[in-house]
Design a protein around this ligand. Structure first.
Ligand SMILES: [Zn+2]
Length: 212
């Protein structure tokens, strides 16, 4: 661990932000990988703790792990945005003491969680030289959220909307990832269907798709 630590450069408009989630940074995450030099990256306390909890071999992997953990931790906040629009929430009539508080804070909590998940960070450089290609991205976007992968998206929506994850994945495979939203609606429609009904629907969809 005798590698010298180099501080990475931060674009001016991001100078107080966490590289992982773009909330205010509260310290540095030090990455000691296969790079010739250990590098220090600004990070908020929460992302730093997540990143330090597991040893990984690239910054890209660290990033995926942090995003994945945030996604699971804030699944309930993120679900607010999939289950409501801001207008619906405002018109919800939730005016009693408990639900009125929910109404006031819910959209804000959703926006904070959404922006942290979607934050893309910036290219890390030391003395102007990029540290590592962290831009490679298998990302998948749906409903205003950017997920590390299609499977992370399927897991999130299954969890927060009480859907059968295996059925949803099978639907996406049949229909194609560009029709993820349609697959979600079908999975919702079949939420209480039996395994047999789902199987039958899948085989019919596969036949339909083969004819397209
Ligand atoms: Zn952070």
């Amino acid at each position: 661990m005798s590698k010298e630590v180099a501080l990475t450069e931060t674009p001016f408009d991001k100078r107080h932000l966490c590289w992982f989630c773009e909330e205010p940074a509260g310290g540095l995450f030090t990455f000691v990988g296969s790079l010739p030099q250990a590098v220090a990256i600004p990070a908020c306390r929460e992302c730093r703790l997540i990143a330090n909890a597991r040893e990984l071999d690239s910054l890209y992997e660290y990033r995926l792990n942090v995003k994945d953990t945030l996604l699971k931790r804030y699944a309930k906040h993120l679900a607010i945005g999939s289950n409501w629009t801001r207008e619906e929430l405002e018109d919800s009539g939730f005016d009693c003491k408990i639900l009125g508080g929910f109404k006031k804070s819910a959209w804000f909590m959703y926006e904070v969680a959404r922006d942290r998940i979607n934050a893309r960070g910036w290219t890390l450089t030391v003395n102007g030289v990029p540290v590592e290609d962290t831009t490679a991205d298998t990302g998948f976007e749906h409903s205003g959220l950017r997920f590390a992968s299609l499977s992370a998206a399927a897991h999130h929506f299954s969890q927060t909307q009480g859907l059968d994850e295996a059925f949803l994945c099978a639907l996406v495979k049949t229909l194609g990832r560009s029709r993820f939203g349609y697959a979600l609606r079908l999975a919702t429609l079949y939420r209480v269907a039996s395994a047999k009904e789902k199987q039958q629907f899948l085989s019919e969809s596969r036949e339909d798709e083969a004819l397209r």
